[in-house]
Design a protein. Structure first.
Length: 241
């Protein structure tokens, strides 16, 4: 049975006023952010971002000028870091998408169009990430087993999937729109999310026809910093009043 509270100021008129409850309830002083969901959301953002950064650090791409035999030797030598980096990428992507969806929930936009758009973008990015991890594992296992053909094909598919990350809907764009209409985070996070998301979406198209990977890598790092800063802000900021 749902609990209903009543506003004493309306008892004279005989009208019962139902007070909203939830992660972003409203009091006479304004919106009040429930700390438990906020802390859980922030932890997902921090841990997810650190996992992604760790995966990039320990699982670098092989040099571009390696022969097939050298590429196989490189994969065998880096088997452990490839597998661990793939695991970190998968878990980091999951937690980062969960962080974005939790922001939507805290903002009360779960059933709005922007909330559904965030769900779509997050699901697409998580799917692409897990597909790339699958090819990482296939390449590492093929190299150890001496299956050169499978290893070469998996490496080529990894390079192709990396382009799909930027073709998929940019997660920061719908998140930015959601944040514009809420007090979950300061307004600057909403504007910067929209800018970064739009730039990454454009580079996803332009990058198919030119060598822009160094620029894209820098922007992806900036995006990671955005998620980390947003999570830390959500963790330490006072309750809005």
């Amino acid at each position: 049975m749902k609990q209903v509270t009543y506003d004493s100021s309306n008892l004279v008129s005989g009208r019962a006023v139902r007070q909203p409850r939830g992660p972003l309830a409203t009091s006479h002083a304004g919106p009040v952010l429930d700390r438990a969901p906020a802390v859980f959301t922030a932890v997902c953002g921090v841990v997810g971002t650190l996992c992604l950064i760790g995966s990039f650090r320990i699982n670098p791409s092989p040099p571009a000028d390696l022969s097939t035999a050298q590429l196989v030797d490189w994969a065998v030598q880096h088997h452990t870091t490839i597998v661990l980096g793939g695991w970190l990428q998968g878990i980091g992507s999951l937690l980062t998408v969960l962080f974005a969806l939790a922001l939507v929930h805290l903002a009360g936009a779960t059933h709005r169009f922007t909330g559904w758009a965030t769900l779509l973008a997050g699901g697409a990015i998580l799917l692409v990430s897990l597909v790339e991890v699958t090819f990482y594992l296939a390449a590492a296992q093929a190299a150890v087993a001496g299956d050169v053909a499978t290893g070469v094909i998996a490496n080529a598919l990894i390079n192709a999937v990396q382009h799909v990350f930027l073709i998929a809907p940019a997660l920061l764009m719908p998140v930015g729109v959601v944040l514009l209409g809420s007090r979950v985070l300061p307004r600057g996070f909403a504007y910067s999310a929209l800018v970064f998301g739009a730039v990454l979406q454009v580079l996803g198209l332009v990058g198919l026809f030119g060598v822009l990977q160094p620029v894209i890598d820098v922007l992806l790092i900036v995006q990671g910093v955005w998620f980390l800063a947003a999570a830390c802000t959500l963790l330490v900021r006072p309750i809005p009043g």
